[in-house]
Design a protein around this ligand. Structure first.
Ligand code: NAD
Length: 369
């Protein structure tokens, strides 16, 4: 749910009027009455709601049919996947909508409260460990019992960004023995500070991150060195959690088929990069794959399985962003603002984001639109 009642109160205090689609909050344990009490109007007339909105706040990108129901000049804010699926925003562009994508909100100090990617990655990293723990035929903690000692589960986390670090912390809390891996050397200290071992691979001093702190796409040779190390350590793992992403690119392939074949029976891979192609060669988005007793899961929307807290965090993120767009109850878009400008995808019939414009030019499906 994109807006929780606590956020509705904040928006009402900014003199905005808030309309909520009836029953939209139920999965996040919020009723229509909760929204009414917070000052929102609740309606089940979706077409009318869309037709009169100045700003549509969503979790995921609306369908093309919803874009055309919005009025020309309306604002859409949400996870719009502008770099992965730029062509899906063409209906919004043609409709003259101003679209803001939370994925593009810059990770500068001023925008920290708006960092929806980090919020969702936190939830996904946490839930991935619970999923792994419930899947494996063993317990997580070291137990000393009258019947003997139960060794702790071994957890291997690939990609130590926000999701990976949360997975490491959660696995440690459950008592697992954890190893972490990332190509960004800076993540080593963070991994170790959580009580895990950091695996270092010698990449010959090549550049592995951009100025924004994101990983860059690596050469085949560098990737092969990483994959060899990963295959070696995956052999002893009970749970492997993969979170590696390179913004705007296919997810890096870290676990080959041969590496899966080398894993123990009963072990599990939870691939959090399934939406962008997966980090494991055998992953299939939202499907369960079995290979010689190894289970490979690639859930693409784990935050949706923790709807109360995922919604609460997301709602706070988008409300912080909305406070930049709403002044005295009026919509005011300042594309010169260092948070608003970079987050904007389309405005007044133009693709204003350079990376998205490039992705659209490169997209093979655009010619067919
Ligand atoms: P992400 O989701 O883009 O990627 C996840 C992780 O995968 C990253 O740590 C990345 O280095 C790693 N990765 C990419 N290619 C890899 C490969 N071939 N092998 C192994 N690992 C690989 O990243 P994210 O979680 O969004 O975070 C990216 C960066 O942004 C980090 O440096 C993070 O600390 C930083 N960050 C900053 C802020 C802030 O300042 N407000 C907020 C969140 C994150």
């Amino acid at each position: 749910m994109a807006l929780m009642p606590e956020s509705v109160r904040k928006l009402v205090a900014l003199n905005a009027s808030v309309q909520i689609e009836s029953a939209a909050g139920l999965n996040a344990a919020r009723t229509d009455d909760d929204y009414r009490e917070a000052g929102a109007e609740v309606s089940s007339d979706r077409i009318a709601l869309l037709g009169k909105a100045d700003i549509l706040v969503v979790v995921n990108r609306p369908d093309a049919e919803d874009f055309v129901l919005l009025r020309n000049g309306a604002v859409v804010l949400g996870f719009l996947r502008p770099l992965d699926e730029p062509e899906a925003l063409l209906p919004a562009l043609n409709r003259g909508l101003t679209t803001f994508s939370v994925e593009l909100i810059p990770r500068i100090t001023r925008a920290q409260a708006m960092d929806a990617l980090s919020s969702m990655a936190t939830v996904a990293g946490y839930k991935a460990v619970l999923l792994g723990a419930s899947q494996i035929p063993r317990m997580f903690p070291l137990l000393m019992t009258a019947a003997g000692t139960v060794p702790p589960a071994r957890v291997f986390v690939l990609g130590a960004g926000v999701a990976g670090l949360q997975a490491i912390a959660t696995a440690r809390r459950l008592g697992g023995v954890v190893e972490g891996y990332d190509v960004r050397a800076a993540s080593g200290e963070q991994v170790r500070s959580l009580g895990a071992t950091f695996l270092e691979v010698d990449l010959g001093g090549i550049k592995t991150e951009d100025v924004g702190g994101y990983a860059v796409e690596l050469s085949d040779e560098a990737m092969d060195r990483g994959r060899a190390l990963i295959a070696e350590h995956a052999k002893t793992a009970d749970v492997v959690i993969t979170t590696a992403q390179v913004p705007g690119r296919r997810a890096p392939l870290l676990i080959t088929e041969a590496a899966v074949n080398g894993m123990k029976r009963g072990s599990v891979v939870i691939d959090l990069a399934g939406a962008t192609g997966g980090n494991c060669a055998l992953s299939r988005a939202d499907e369960t794959v079995e290979r010689n007793g190894v289970t490979i899961l690639a859930p693409t929307n784990l935050p949706a399985t923790v709807p109360v807290h995922a919604s609460q965090l997301y709602s706070r993120n988008v409300t912080a962003f909305l406070s930049l767009l709403i002044k005295d109850g009026e919509l005011q878009i300042d594309l010169n603002d260092d948070v608003v400008g970079p987050s904007c995808v389309t405005h007044q019939g133009q693709v204003v984001n350079k990376r998205v414009a490039e992705a659209l030019e490169a997209s093979p499906s655009v010619d067919r639109v």
